[in-house]
Design a protein around this ligand. Structure first.
Ligand SMILES: Cc1cc2nc3c(=O)[nH]c(=O)nc-3n(C[C@H](O)[C@H](O)[C@H](O)COP(=O)(O)OP(=O)(O)OC[C@H]3O[C@@H](n4cnc5c(N)ncnc54)[C@H](O)[C@@H]3O)c2cc1C
Length: 476
């Protein structure tokens, strides 16, 4: 018998329930389908290319060929199943509307089919979105009670990988293509060369990262995680997005660490777990709400007076707003494909509140430039900052990028790393160069408006304007 494992965002061998089930059947063929995409995700595509390459090697070593297919999965997969005379099809569930629609179509096709058994598994979350319920039997709209409830449940233990007994070397098919045919990397650009210096991709890299995080950082996580110049977080998000590591595996290893170190109840470890559960919370939103990538969860925001402004948007995207912590963040994003969580909040607040640019524009830019671009986490987080999502930042919470900078980047190390033109500026002015005297600026070789921009918005008046706009929504 031949089982097909259709891999999506679960590019790993360990704790992959669909893969493990397939391996118990007989010969296994792994398939990755490049489905038509609606959104540009260039940085993430770069990661995907390398992740698939790494996975292909690991699968091949275990007698499982990886086949690349291109097109609508509901059309091409049944053709492939027929061509290969496969008897089983397995996958781990996904939670976006378009993905669920395709999966249902395929399941329906084989519902009454005696020749092909089609089965989906739970592999990408600790719990399915519908498993964690509030007292009324619905889903939680606020994070903290959801987290508390989730922690009273025990996630199933991770499943170790067991290779199939019958191994296959290669596949003969008229349908397959090469990984390069996906054209995931635009070789006419050099942008991704920077990413190569920053990231190790794949399942082994994800495991090493978790190991190092537990050994060196988790015990200070809560205290240090908000300081962008410190490498104090796990950096696991792209690995989690692509499923190179599972959240169950993370939880299991964190709990084992907790026991081994006799650190039960440690607040830093607890906080790290809560961040992983924010991921679950965002997947619940993706599952239970329509189109969260562009439709505000809070319906009052349908009429919000956003203002489109291409010049502002461009300055924000390119790190030329004249507000140092924002520009440092946006340049870090461009050069590394990632951005520290605290700075994600600061840049998103400036765009949606001080500039009043629709949050969807920022979310779109992040989707294209983040290696961890994730339909659930990105949309839910943008809606959270803009104030229109679940358990969102209240409308009056407008981050002041100067005070945020002074608090979380006191000596300006982070700003100076990404904005070399401010290298010599006294730390007193590093987050507000417009307040420095002509003498101080000259001393630091800065000419505002020439070597570094003047602030594009007045933080005080733009804040007042934002509050007015948000009051309008509040009073509806
Ligand atoms: C405007 C905005 C956009 C964001 N876009 C994304 C995105 O596209 N993809 C993404 O994975 N995260 C996104 N986040 C959440 C968060 O910034 C990143 O998950 C985090 O910075 C990744 O770094 P880390 O792996 O070191 O996180 P750690 O602090 O080590 O946290 C561990 C894991 O928890 C999860 N996590 C942490 N915070 C959140 C959160 N707020 N929401 C959901 N999951 C979370 C991530 O999977 C992360 O890897 C966004 C946040 C904001 C404010």
């Amino acid at each position: 018998m031949t089982a097909i494992i259709w891999l999506r965002n679960d590019l790993r061998l360990e704790d992959n329930p669909a893969l493990n089930t397939a391996c118990q059947i007989g010969e296994v063929l792994a398939v990755y389908v490049r489905e038509p995409q609606s959104q540009q995700t260039q940085a993430r595509d770069w990661w995907l290319h390398h992740s698939l390459k790494d996975l292909e090697q690991n699968l091949t070593k275990n007698g499982i060929p990886l086949v690349y297919l291109k097109g609508d999965a509901a059309e091409i997969l049944p053709k492939f199943i027929q061509e290969q005379k496969a008897t089983h099809l397995f996958w781990n569930r996904r939670y976006d509307e378009a993905g669920i629609k395709t999966d249902t179509q395929i399941k329906d096709l084989y519902k009454d089919d005696g020749d092909v058994l089609c089965q989906s598994c739970k592999g990408n979350l600790l719990f399915e979105p519908w498993e964690i319920k509030n007292k009324q039997g619905g889903f939680f709209k606020v994070f903290t009670p959801m987290f508390k409830e989730l922690m009273t449940h025990k996630a199933p233990a991770p499943t170790p990988f067991n290779p199939p007994k019958s191994k296959r070397e290669r596949v003969q098919s008229d349908l397959n293509c090469a990984l390069d045919d996906f054209a995931l990397i635009d070789h006419s650009k050099t942008w991704h060369h920077n990413f190569e210096k920053v990231w190790q991709i794949g399942e082994a890299a994800a495991q090493q990262k978790l190991e190092a995080f537990l050994a060196e950082k988790v015990l200070e996580y809560k205290e240090r995680r908000d300081y962008p110049s410190e490498n104090a977080t796990s950096l696991l998000s792209p690995h989690l997005h692509f499923g190179e590591i599972s959240p169950r595996d993370i939880f299991e290893q964190v709990q084992a660490f907790e026991l081994a170190q006799n650190e039960q109840g440690n607040k830093n470890i607890h906080h790290f777990k809560s961040e992983v559960v924010w991921r679950e919370f965002s997947y619940q939103q993706l599952y239970f709400y329509d189109a969260i990538d562009h439709k505000a969860i809070n319906e009052k925001f349908a009429e919000f007076p956003w203002s489109e402004n291409d010049a502002y948007l461009k300055a924000w995207q390119t790190g030329q707003t004249g507000i140092p912590i924002v520009d440092a963040g946006m340049r870090e994003l461009w050069q590394t494909g990632t951005l520290h969580n605290r700075v994600r909040m600061i840049v998103a607040s400036l765009l949606t509140k001080n500039m009043l640019i629709p949050w969807q524009e920022g979310a779109k830019w992040f989707m294209d430039t983040l290696v961890d671009a994730d339909e659930a986490a990105n949309s839910a987080s943008w809606q959270w900052v803009a104030g229109c999502g679940l358990d969102a930042a209240p409308y009056f919470r407008i981050f002041n990028p100067v005070t945020q900078g002074e608090r979380f980047d006191e000596n300006g190390e982070y700003v100076k790393k990404w904005l070399p033109e401010l290298q010599d500026l006294d730390k007193k002015y590093i987050h507000k160069p417009w307040e420095a005297s002509v003498f101080d600026l000259k001393l630091a070789n800065i000419e505002l408006g020439k070597t570094y921009p003047k602030p594009i918005v007045n933080l005080k008046t733009s804040r007042e304007k934002a509050l007015e706009a948000y009051n309008h929504v509040k009073n509806q």
